[in-house]
Write a protein that binds this ligand. Sequence first.
Ligand code: SAM
Length: 216
Amino acid sequence: MVDYYRRRAPEYEAIYHKPERQHDLAALEGYLKKTFSDLDVLEIACGTGYWTQRIAETARSISASDISEEVLAIATAKSYRCPVRFHIEDIYRPGHSAAALHDALFGGFIWSHIPRQQLTAVIETLAARVCAGGLLVFADNRYVEGSSTPIHAHDAEGNTWQQRRLNDGSEHLVLKNFPDKSELQTLLSAFGELEVQELTYFWMVKCRLFSNKMRH
Ligand SMILES: C[S@@+](CC[C@H](N)C(=O)[O-])C[C@H]1O[C@@H](n2cnc3c(N)ncnc32)[C@H](O)[C@@H]1O
């Protein structure tokens, strides 16, 4: 997965040019700008900074990270409307900056790449980086026949895999899950109050963490 996104970095944003997704992309952009208005946001797996740039139009500040130097090189070359700090970080092994607490966290199109069996542990680590009463926000793809890459395989844990091809001709088997609303509710309701929205191509979930941050 990491190698795949390194190699995909220069062509990554082509995914945001699919004509049939433009309406939903505009809706997601509006949702994120409203949600993060005036907040200090921690963005994980920020990729080329596509959403960072949009969130920066309303956020107070952003700390954005990704595991790949190649995508961060593209992200850091862009300009932003609020202060943005970038750093390399693996969501499975957060570094020293993990001690800082933020108002909100955003994970765009990364949930689908986290193995189902690791989701609860990852969410626990991420929730620990947001202040009590703060927000965890995720957005990702819904499976749409004819627009999504077909599912190539299922594994024993219930993860789904796609066979993807890059412009250089290389083929990659990529874990890509499409959780439904009830899976999102089951996983996140232990952490806070939830609001799930489904568009045609995307879902988004906003979890307002419990004020004592104890899992319920
Ligand atoms: C589908 S892209 C999403 C990028 C960006 N959030 C967006 O929506 O445009 C997934 C990103 O996750 C990053 N990634 C993959 N594994 C990671 C990990 N273990 N820790 C942090 N980032 C990771 C990849 O490098 C890639 O940039």
